[in-house]
Design a protein around this ligand. Sequence first.
Ligand code: COA
Length: 162
Amino acid sequence: MNREVVYPGTFDPVTNGHLDIIKRALQMFDQITVAVVDKPGKNLLFTTRERIEMLQATAGKLSNVKIERFEGLLVDYLQKRNIFVILRGLRAVSDFEYEFQIALMNRKLYSNIESVFLMPSQEYTYLSSSLIKEVVRLGGKVEGLVPGVVEEALNKKFALTK
Ligand code: COA
């Protein structure tokens, strides 16, 4: 049986925490599709194309990892692809309530769906894309927390928007 999973998110931008989750999941699944939401209900720094390019330059280099864009309901996307498992990272107890709501709503919308949660390495449990953006915007260093290409892209974005 080919075990496939979809790892959905905004990835604005991808961090080493997300990559850690993907690498862990590769030990459990044969194929991971990182699904980048096209129009999330939050303000973004990077365009969908930029977010996908950064993922392609990092996670996309790993075998059995594909990067795709999706819009609309996540469950509709899974149904079309004939995939039944959603992967999410759980960083702290504070993530639990939100993830619990999403997982149950997705199951309500499409009863065949299962959600699988993995914990990132402890060094990434406090990471979020918003924090990374704030630190770079204010001139701080994020080395070791995001891939080099992401650090460069962030520096460029904030230098341009200053
Ligand atoms: N390392 C670092 N950061 C992590 C992380 C990890 N391992 N796991 C989560 N995060 C952070 C993200 O960086 C992000 O931070 P930010 O809010 O500062 O940007 C935050 O946790 C959560 O973002 P993300 O994982 O991208 O999820 P999301 O909440 O933005 O999007 C979707 C979740 C895309 C899965 C959801 O919105 C969705 O399914 N949308 C489609 C529409 C739909 O079906 N809606 C109904 C859902 S029930």
